[in-house]
Ligand binder design. Structure first.
Ligand code: BGC
Length: 397
């Protein structure tokens, strides 16, 4: 059973009368054996390898995956630990570097990637630093699968997994990791869609452009809104389709980008298809299969549908499978799933965040709806989801 949100659990329990474990750091941990989420006493890390850096946490974002780990349907602690330190959306500052660290120095702002390769020498993707495509399934993910995450005061990481962020992005850089989902998605979309010569030859600034193509983003959470920014910046005629009726804060944010927000409660599917025209791309960021499959059934000719959501296991639902199969074939459609992100996606996300900051500074900043202390983190992890992106603030440096 969870403790009530106000009552913070410490693990191991504090001795009578003690308030703090001064010798250890505070971390937010999920303890599967106890089905509890707690502020845990976590050992201070120190540099191990020569290519490691010590990173001080500044901010860590909370996402659906973290909340799901807290329901214990997903996520595993490292083999030698009872708890998993949560958090995979991190912004940190380098405080110390090992002898062989390249390209990093104390004071640099960094964002770590999430997935680490498996140890199988024949796993071609992992050997090529493309563990987002790991072929054995034995990868680990910081804060998710068998490796502690970043929701703690300090952590160590190898230089190759840390991406430097310019100080001008300090306020929004915690959004880099959720933006990498769209970056990887588009890194899949373009090679697939440029099989079509008329798309291939449609370039702007040396890159394929979405100009003249219609994109629908499903969902108006952080992944959806960042995806919509990416698509709009790439020239797509972009729409966001989400459940809640407007006006609401997410709808206003979307509209402030010059992107129409369409509520599923006001606009049934047929009307959506009519409003948008032929749908060339769907970026699914809602994680709800019923609506995701309905929208798949209205994908246009030669269209591509990208799934990014990871729904929790639920009872089977009915879908019009004949319609979908007929469309996929008769309309030359592509359905692609994408998970995690490689180093290139992190570099692109940092660069695109700079572009978004120029285009839409206020909207981008307002994506972060709440910054809380570590003591308030359990509330954000366990209570009903509120706001847009909630962030745990560790330090203000
Ligand atoms: C993270 C990915 C991770 C995926 C599956 C997502 O929330 O952003 O990095 O691969 O969960 O664990």
């Amino acid at each position: 059973m969870f403790a009530s949100p106000q009552e913070n659990v410490r693990w191991p329990p504090a001795p009578e009368g003690a308030h703090h474990f001064i010798e250890d750091m505070q971390a937010v941990g999920a303890i599967p054996k106890k089905k509890e989420v707690a502020i845990v006493e976590h050992p201070q890390p120190s540099l191990g390898r020569d290519d490691e850096a010590l990173v001080k946490s500044l901010e860590v974002g909370i996402c659906g995956t973290d909340r799901e780990i807290c329901t214990f349907v997903y996520g595993d602690p490292p083999a030698d630990s009872d708890y998993l330190v949560l958090g995979h959306e991190s912004l940190g500052m380098i405080t110390e570097v090992g002898n062989k660290v390249e390209g990093l120095k104390p004071g640099d702002l960094v964002v770590p990637s999430v997935r680490r390769p498996c140890s199988e020498p024949h796993c071609a993707p992992c050997q090529a630093d493309l563990q987002d495509f790991c072929a054995t399934g034995d990868f680990v993910e910081r804060g998710i699968k068998m490796s502690h995450g970043f929701m703690t005061e300090f952590y160590t990481e190898r230089d190759k997994y840390l991406h430097v962020v310019p100080p001008s992005l300090r306020d929004v850089a915690v959004l880099v990791e959720p933006l990498t989902i769209a970056e990887k998605a588009m890194a899949q979309v373009w090679p697939i869609q440029t099989r079509l010569p008329w798309v291939k030859h449609h370039h702007e600034n040396g890159k394929p452009s979405g100009r003249g193509l219609n994109a629908v983003v499903l969902g108006a959470g952080p992944v959806g809104i960042l995806g919509a920014m990416k698509l709009k910046a790439e020239g797509f005629n972009t729409f966001v389709y989400s459940r809640s009726q407007a006006p609401n804060p997410k709808a206003s944010l979307v509209e402030s980008l010059g992107i129409p927000y369409i509520s599923a409660l006001d606009t049934p599917l047929e009307a959506l298809a009519e409003r948008v025209g032929s749908i060339d791309l769907v970026y699914e960021a809602v994680g709800v299969s019923s609506i995701a499959y309905k929208v798949l059934s209205i994908l246009g000719l030669n269209g591509i549908y990208v799934f990014t959501g990871i729904p929790a296991p639920k009872a089977p639902i009915e879908v019009d499978a004949d319609l979908i199969m007929r469309n996929v074939v008769l309309k030359n459609q592509v359905v692609v799933g994408t998970v995690n992100a490689d180093g290139q996606a992190f570099r692109s996300a940092i660069s695109d965040l700079g572009v978004f900051m120029e285009k839409w500074p206020e909207a981008l900043k307002s994506l972060i709806s709440r910054r809380c202390t570590i003591d308030q983190s359990r509330e954000l992890l366990l209570d009903k989801a509120t706001g847009i992106k909630n962030v745990v603030r560790f330090a203000s440096a």
